[in-house]
Design a protein around this ligand. Sequence first.
Ligand code: ZN
Length: 130
Amino acid sequence: MTGSARLSSIHSLVVGGGRAADALRSITVSQHLFGIERVVVVHHSFCGATSFSAEGITAAWEHEQHSDISSLYDWDGIAIADFETSLHYDVALIRNSPGTPKQVAVPPLLRRVARRPERVPCPPGHRRTG
Ligand SMILES: [Zn+2]
């Protein structure tokens, strides 16, 4: 297989905040349309999901949007407090999903980036406090 053939067989799913819950449907569709052998869960240093907490975004949402989202998402899949914990959680979420074929490998990967990427500043009510 040539390098370009190998590269064309990679189907990237990028989700805001880097959490696996947002990718589950896309994994199922990718398997259905293309077939997949592996889902690599990549978290990266300086991720925006480390700049807020589940408690903070839920409280800010309540204040700003007057709506309770505390039961809308799995609490441990919203923000990232610790990369080892978040990678383990997201790999287990994908691995245990009925929408992920059992033969598909789901390895974790922490990508360390050299500097903080450009991003929109997080509003004060959303920031991680601890
Ligand atoms: Zn990120």
